[in-house]
Design a protein around this ligand. Sequence first.
Ligand SMILES: O=c1ccn([C@H]2C[C@H](O)[C@@H](COP(=O)(O)OP(=O)(O)OP(=O)(O)O)O2)c(=O)[nH]1
Ligand SMILES: [Mg+2]
Length: 158
Amino acid sequence: MTNDVDVLIQRLDEGLPLPSYAHPGDAGADLVTAVDVDLEPGQRAVVPTGVAIALPDGYAAFVHPRSGLGAKFGVTIVNAPGTIDAGYRGEIKVTLLNTDPHRPVRLRRGDRVAQLVVQRVERAVFHEVSALPGSTRGTDGLGSTGGLSAASPGAGHN
Ligand SMILES: O=c1ccn([C@H]2C[C@H](O)[C@@H](COP(=O)(O)OP(=O)(O)OP(=O)(O)O)O2)c(=O)[nH]1
Ligand SMILES: [Mg+2]
């Protein structure tokens, strides 16, 4: 059984590779930065990836951080995961953020900075009601089930 979906892609920068999956079975196809970017601690930048896509209706693509960049350098994506709508024809952009408090990070053109996950998505048909059906959780949320074992804010481990 295959779960492939055909996606039209336009190369906006001839010198860059198309997004690609590093291994069979990978969910994310790596995206590269089209430009050099130096991020100071706490700094963010919107970087172009050199590609635009046309997804079929009923699909969206999500721009996820790469875990290696996060773990090694503290680089993440501000709006993770970024949403690429099926109707979007512009260049895919990645809003990178250097969360490291001390070290700048240097990213060079062609470096893999994010990964694109293509998924089927449902669209809701919203039906307004005056009261919602009950549930076990009810309105509990935002930590209602408890938090970390060291309970006071700021007492966590790095
Ligand atoms: O990480 C991202 C997120 C979004 N986009 C593009 C594709 C997406 O279809 C479009 C709009 O994204 P979104 O709806 O998240 O942003 P918005 O701030 O609501 O902008 P808009 O008013 O254009 O919808 O911007 C990117 O290239 N990268
Ligand atoms: Mg929007």
